[in-house]
Design a protein. Structure first.
Length: 268
């Protein structure tokens, strides 16, 4: 499975992945992650330990993809990749548009304190949201999760005063994404959520993006595979889509049960 992370440098994507990996190593509702390479396991674990201890983490160099294995009840079931994109233009933007056609889920990161205070940054986020909205309209009707992840929420001033129209903090944060939110809400096969994330010594809402993505993407991938597999062969051991569908089948019900952990999550 392939998930896309989109956000500018410094927004906290790599720190998020480190803490998310630490939270998912031991499993949540049976689902867990394990780095495909031992060096990545060591690096992500060390970075998470640094953050939790209040130290500046030593992140690896720029990465375009984090390679994991998705486990269920201790058994590896599927490869899972988190693709990182920072740019919307040029070659990186073209790669993003190609990846968006087949990705199983999307997480769009935005830095909460900067969003509230920086007009130019809000305009940049609107462009990112429009790019993602266009990509979602071009990828067909596969059930697809999207998470708006607002990072550094612990740094939002407590004295932050919502706008004149008595908006809430959530309203102010999602304002640059209004058209994207409305488009997702009006589309039956897209499932959107908002995560107010803090990636510090006391992490908050770290697992929401990954659990929301797994909850919907597993079902979405299964439904998509059904359309390309002859009904009589869906459960026949084989290679390609038939084999992948067979691996996914035992995960459908457990993934549905993840909904119990997400009832408090703002969704659209």
């Amino acid at each position: 499975m392939d998930f896309v992370m989109l956000g500018h440098s410094g927004v906290g994507k790599t720190t998020y992945v480190s803490l998310m990996y630490a939270a998912m190593r031991d499993g949540i509702k049976g689902f867990g992650l394990r780095a495909r390479a031992s060096v990545d396991h060591d690096t992500l674990t060390a970075a998470a330990e640094d953050v939790l201890a209040g130290r500046r983490p030593q992140h690896p160099g720029e990465r375009s993809v984090f390679e994991f294995a998705l486990h269920y009840r201790g058994r590896a079931v599927l490869p899972l990749r988190w693709h990182e994109y920072r740019e919307l233009s040029g070659p990186a933007g073209r790669r993003l548009r190609r990846r968006a056609l087949t990705a199983d889920g999307f997480v769009l990161f935005a830095e909460a304190p900067r969003l509230l205070d920086d007009t130019a940054y809000r305009a940049e986020l609107r462009r990112a949201a429009d790019c993602l909205r266009q990509a979602l309209t071009e990828r067909g009707r596969q059930l697809t999760p999207l998470v708006l992840a607002f990072t550094k929420c612990d740094l939002v001033p407590r004295a932050h005063v919502p706008g004149i129209a008595r908006t809430t903090l959530l309203d102010d944060l999602t304002a640059p994404f209004t058209e994207l939110v409305e488009a997702v809400a009006a589309t039956e096969h897209l499932r959107g959520a908002v995560a107010l994330v803090s990636c510090g010594r006391e992490p908050v809402n770290i697992t929401i993006p990954v659990l929301w993505s797994l909850h919907h993407a597993i079902a979405g991938r299964g439904l998509a595979l059904q359309t390309v597999i002859a009904p009589a062969r869906r459960l026949t051991p084989a290679t390609g889509p038939t084999a992948e569908y067979a691996r996914l089948c035992p995960l459908f019900e457990p993934a549905e049960r993840l909904a119990g952990l997400l009832t408090h999550v703002p969704s659209f």
